[in-house]
Design a binder for this molecule. Structure first.
Ligand code: HEM
Length: 567
């Protein structure tokens, strides 16, 4: 290059570019020297310079899942294990004692940077927010999923479950994808309960559920295809336009829901739930019920986590004030009016968060459960035997007390969540280094710590024969003998799932109602499931089942059947 060329602005730019990049890279490495030093002591592949192992995990969502799974098997007996994806260090924990150090802590509460792709969808909603914003919103929202609020949803859980039984009637006798029905039902149930919007004001939940599924595909692409991560590049791709369209559908529903609720609020209607002719107004009856009967925490029901663990969903009823017994959206709108600092944007972000977290997870969980019942007829027979003991010949709706007696069904649900946890990984950003309890190894600040529930729950040192569906893994004595953090489908600790009890109660009513009406059959064995983890664990090949009516299948969805006998 001639000296004259160097003196042009372009020449000067290129002349300075190379040393600037080298200096920046040297500084980047130097400022992270402690991270590299500690990472070198953790087992796991080093991968390629700059790229790490990023190029190993390409292909469809199912291919990516399969490749990660295969690669992880090389490290089955090791913990922690590292993986470099470009410059990001991921550290996988597999020992419950190490997992407790992270999930049980009040310090390691920050979500990993990978959650930021959710921001256009949830904004600063509970799932991804941090610091004081997260703390104050969690304090406000957790009591709206307290058991006493959930009991007021029982009629609606029953009514909707019977609606599903009716809709499924057209599928009798041939194979179909159960997930479509479960998705639609879980959206509609959420709208009627946590959001308090009645069916006649709703549009079908189906369009929303499908838009969510496609949004998850795009988010998954950004997690696995690292070139789609920078915003400037992402905006140039077709996915950006698609995301905009999908968010239009998703946010359209949440905006309508909030607008409806505000109209009611301004008319003076407070704390109302959706209701049907013949159904008692839930808020009234429940308030009476909850005033007279303090819910026993010792119901023998695990609500999805080890009995020894407690979180803010387990607060004593006496500590839950009158106002806090409102359902989710009622409380948010009321709080915004009554001086609690909640903006319209805050409300929207939390509604978007709950609508997603509350439906896709339970849709996947219930679909896996139905597949398990279809494949394990002997186990299904035992569930039905238990339901027969509870309900006899009656087709009456389930009560809260009934759900406490569905012990074997609960074990089957927990076993499904063990083998197919709908949230397959939980990721946190470490701000401080942490010495592992299992082997003293130090995990550096600045890395992403990952609890892969899907791997932890199949660890054969914790669960003998981990790939066999065995509800007895959750016999009380078996659960008691395990480390609390060996089973964490809902995460655990201060950032545990706020909808854990809601999910377990709703699923018990939905799944028991389906099983009281249909025998489930399935033919595709578990080894042939094509699993994919596009945010939520699912089957890429569809949740194929078929149905046969049981003797007592003539349940009609009449208003009278919607009135549950309350506990
Ligand atoms: C089977 C059903 C469900 C499963 C397996 C599940 C699992 C989880 C997990 C593992 C987390 C932690 C995620 C993380 O740290 O990245 C979580 C968080 C959360 N879940 Fe669920 N969930 C379920 C149902 C629900 C329901 C029904 C709702 C609401 C109605 C809900 C609302 C939330 C919220 C708001 C968070 C964020 C909590 C926080 O960060 O403070 N989930 N869930």
């Amino acid at each position: 290059m001639a000296v004259a060329d160097l003196l042009t602005p372009t020449g000067l730019f290129y002349y300075l570019l190379v040393p600037t990049v080298i200096l920046w890279y040297a500084y980047f490495r130097y400022s992270r020297r402690r991270l590299y030093e500690l990472a070198a002591k953790i087992n796991g592949p080093d991968g390629l310079p700059l790229l790490g192992s990023a190029l190993e995990f390409t292909g469809s969502a199912h291919d990516v899942y399969q490749k990660i799974w295969e690669r992880s098997r090389e490290f089955d007996n090791e913990t922690p294990v590292k993986l470099w994806i470009g410059p990001r260090l991921l550290v996988f924990l597999q020992d419950p004692r190490d997992i407790e150090l992270i999930l049980g802590s009040n310090v390691h509460l920050d979500k990993s940077p990978e959650y930021r792709y959710f921001a256009p969808w949830f904004g600063n909603g509970l799932l991804i927010s941090t610091g004081d914003h997260w703390r104050s919103h969690r304090k406000l929202i957790a009591p709206t999923f307290h058991l006493n609020v959930l009991k007021s949803f029982i009629d609606l859980f029953n009514h909707n479950s019977r609606g599903v039984v009716e809709k499924l009637r057209k599928e009798i006798g041939h194979e179909f994808d159960a997930h479509e029905y479960m998705s639609e039902a879980t959206v509609e149930i959420l709208l009627e309960t946590a959001m308090g919007v009645s069916k006649k004001e709703q549009q079908s939940g189906f369009e929303y559920a499908m838009a969510v599924m496609k949004m998850c595909d795009i988010l998954h692409l950004r997690h696995t295809k690292f070139w789609l991560r920078p915003e400037v590049i992402f905006r140039l791709t077709k996915y950006f336009g698609e995301q905009k369209k999908l968010l239009g559908i998703i946010h359209g529903l949440t905006k309508r829901v909030i607008a409806n609720k505000k109209v009611e609020f301004n008319k003076g209607v407070r704390g109302s739930l959706a209701s049907y002719p013949g159904m008692k107004p839930a808020t009234e009856t429940e308030t009476k019920a909850t005033k007279s009967a303090k819910v026993s925490e010792d119901t023998g029901m695990s609500y999805g986590q080890s009995a020894g663990l407690k979180d803010d969903l387990d607060v004593d009823d006496n500590d839950v004030g009158e106002k806090k017994r409102l359902a989710f959206l009622d409380l948010l709108i009321e709080s915004a009016q009554n001086g609690v600092v909640l903006t319209d944007q805050d409300i929207k972000e939390e509604v978007d968060t709950i609508m997603f977290e509350g439906h896709d997870t339970t849709a996947a969980g219930s679909s896996f459960f139905l597949c398990m019942m279809g494949l394990h007829q002997d186990i299904q027979d035992k569930v039905v035997e238990e339901l027969d003991q509870i309900f006899g010949d009656s087709d009456r709706p389930a009560t809260f007390q009934d759900t406490l007696e569905m012990k074997y069904l609960e074990r089957c649900m927990l076993e499904t969540l063990r083998m197919y946890p709908p949230v397959p990984i939980i990721a946190r950003q470490l701000r401080e280094e942490v010495k592992m309890a299992s082997n003293g190894c130090v995990v550096p600040a600045g890395c992403t710590v990952i609890v892969a529930t899907v791997k932890l729950h199949r660890n054969e040192t914790i669960y003998p024969n981990p790939t066999v569906f065995n509800p007895d893994n959750f016999l009380p004595e078996k659960s008691a003998a395990r480390h609390y953090y060996a089973f964490v489908p809902f995460s655990a600790g201060p950032r545990s799932c706020v909808g854990r009890k809601y999910a377990m109660l709703k699923l018990k009513i939905l799944l028991s109602t389906i099983l009281r009406n249909y025998r489930i059959k399935a033919t595709i064995p578990e080894k042939d499931f094509k699993l994919t983890a596009d945010i939520i664990l699912k089957r890429a090949d569809g949740f194929k089942i078929s149905l046969e009516p049981r003797k007592r299948s003539g349940v009609s969805v009449s208003p009278s059947t919607a009135t549950a006998v309350r506990a």
